[in-house]
Write a protein that binds this ligand. Structure first.
Ligand SMILES: *Cc1c(COP(=O)(O)O)cnc(C)c1O
Length: 249
């Protein structure tokens, strides 16, 4: 095992780097094949989800050409980002976010993909405005996380499709926030193709009033092919590149 920090003296040429390179290549091949199968000319953007894995892995991935990483807990993401400011990577926040963490997230995140309520929009707008005054940071890319659960069964977060329009309007009128589009997770036990077909319809409805909200962040290790087929512009892949996540208490 590598140390959990960012202090490994020899990170290149190590066994972990070789393992990541092999897994990354396999995932890239899957994305390529799915893009061809869907007759798409535009390949989706790959976000590598590094949650629970050490900062050293982010460094290894950056050396392999990865420019976008995803994290779902502020404390972990903030620590990694602070230790890796020399890297040219964008940090995407993809987890449930409490409003009181907006200030921290605005310090390092290029996007927040898990916006699910008006209070969070307001908190992010305020935090980004402060950060822009202090550091001149870029506008925050905003994705509305939409719930694809039709019944209460296996809820995996997100706003109901019916409130997506209101959230979009709120984001679009906030200075410092840029409405990109939607994010979703396929419900557990569902057919991912059906889930992502739904998402594609919700995206089309959103674009009637918000034509620039074209992003669709969908697709994880298990279901990236279905996501590519139904128009995902961003994929969030963790375990198939990094291996299984260490158990947490
Ligand atoms: C962990 C996570 C991912 C990555 O999932 P894998 O199955 O490890 O590829 C994607 N999206 C969200 C919202 C996540 O929390």
């Amino acid at each position: 095992m590598t140390s959990p920090g960012n202090d490994e003296a020899r990170w290149d040429g190590d066994a972990r780097a070789a393992e990541l390179a092999g897994r990354l290549l396999a995932v890239r091949h899957r994305i390529e094949a799915a893009t061809v199968a869907a007759a798409r000319s535009d390949a989706p953007r790959l976000i590598v989800v590094t949650k629970f894995h050490p900062a050293g892995d982010v460094r290894r991935l950056a050396a392999l050409g990865i420019t976008d990483v995803g994290e779902n807990r502020d404390q972990e993401a903030a620590a990694k980002a602070a230790g890796l400011t020399d890297l040219d990577v964008r940090w995407h926040f993809i987890g449930q976010l409490q409003s009181n963490k907006a200030k921290s997230v605005a310090n390092y995140a290029s996007s927040v993909q898990s916006i699910d309520r008006p209070q969070l929009v307001d908190a992010l707008a305020k935090a980004v405005a402060r950060e822009q005054d202090a550091t001149g940071r870029a506008d925050l890319d905003c994705f509305i996380q939409v719930s694809l659960d039709n019944d209460a069964g296996a809820h995996r977060g997100g706003a109901a499709p019916a409130v997506v329009g209101d959230l979009a309007a709120r984001i679009e009128t906030a200075a410092g926030l840029r409405l990109c589009g939607l994010m979703a997770v396929a419900p557990l036990g569902s057919d991912p193709e059906e889930a992502f077909a739904d998402l594609s319809r919700i995206s089309a409805a959103l674009r009637v009033d918000h034509p620039s909200a074209t992003a669709i962040s969908a697709g994880m290790s298990q279901d990236l092919e279905a996501a590519v087929k139904f128009g995902a512009t961003h994929l969030r892949i963790g375990s198939d590149i990094l291996g299984s996540r260490p158990a947490v208490g």
